[in-house]
Design a protein around this ligand. Sequence first.
Ligand code: SDX
Length: 392
Amino acid sequence: QTGMFTFDPGFTSTASCESALTYIDGDEGVLLHRGYPIGQLAEHSSFMEVSYLLLNGELPSADELKTFETTITRHTMLHEQLATFYRGFRRDAHPMAIMCGVVGALSAFYHDSTDISDPQHRKISSHRLIAKMPTIAAMAYKYSVGQPFLYPDNNLSYTGNFLRMTFGVPAEEYEVVPAVEKALDRIFILHADHEQNASTSTVRLAGSSGANPFACIAAGIACLWGPAHGGANEAALNMLHEIGTPDKIPHYIERAKDKNDPFRLMGFGHRVYKNYDPRATVMQKTVREVFDALKVSDPVFEVALRLEEMALNDDYFVEKKLFPNVDFYSGVILSAIGFPTTMFTALFALARTVGWVAQWNEMISDPGQKIGRPRQLYTGPTQRDYVPLDKR
Ligand code: SDX
């Protein structure tokens, strides 16, 4: 009982696990991280502070936050041999394919933190993953555009460092634009964790066997890549560009309602939210802030706003409780900042890594934890005898 609403653990029948990290009420459109509403965290916190909160359960003091940020900063460099690993990919490899490969390859390094029975090893692996993701994602982008990799700069913030490694070049100073840094940091907060979504469940299931923590996160990246999950942000912006102008929207809304048409409104609907995704609300506000800061506009934002308005006034979407989700507006902002659509899901993976490692830690440190073993409803033939080849 929180005085605001009664916590309904109601899914005990279908719950895959117990967790204290994130609470979602899909009907009310509520998302809490360790009890704090996502809207308040997005407004007042930072991605590093939310990372500390998810990992440790409480908001940090100023000293605790400083120590955490310093620890993360000092793990941002990648083993130099991994830079060679990138050279094995085609230049046009999707950044998510590269991230799956490179994060999995971390299992072949850093052996000094993979004894998951040792809490200190678990802590170091978690910090390494959170710290190295921006470097790995930035290097995937640099490799795709044929530009040199930039080493991390310890004088910059977590998000500022990522912006510089992505868009900076050795030939000149890179100026982090504070409004862009703040907007991107807020986008990372909005993607940090989200209860037992498909990729988090993948990480938990892989981790439940005692697998190498880096390999478990690589499994989460693979699952997130799908267009029904984290790949939706890339698909949503591609869809908005395909629609092109507001007058084309009714045609696409009709297609989305047509059961014989596989087309879905990307960035709409959710397995849990049957109300507005509270992250989409913050995301829409952030679009305007970034446009103002960069003095840009993008007609695709008008298409998105109009599409949302028309869908939310369409009986089909109202009846099926389909609202914009976190992926609907994120691409508009990331595109305005300068990211290609192929990097959108890589940024989602970068931010979700803290959620994955926090959920993994919560599971692994539970002494009663057992290997995951989902069961099935068998629909195949009943037992029968073998038929020799000459009798078939
Ligand atoms: C994320 O789980 C998480 O928490 C994920 C995530 C996270 O932070 O980790 O929140 C991130 O993955 C957000 C979701 C991003 N995906 C998309 O935006 C892709 C487009 N959305 C759809 O593919 C769909 O909405 C899903 C996959 C998200 C959910 O699909 P479901 O489970 O089918 O949704 P539902 O049961 O609520 O659907 C009800 C009906 C169905 O029709 P009927 O079978 O009742 O006839 O609505 C239809 C669906 O076919 N429907 C849509 C639709 N989404 C659902 N119809 C048109 N367009 C859509 N987008």
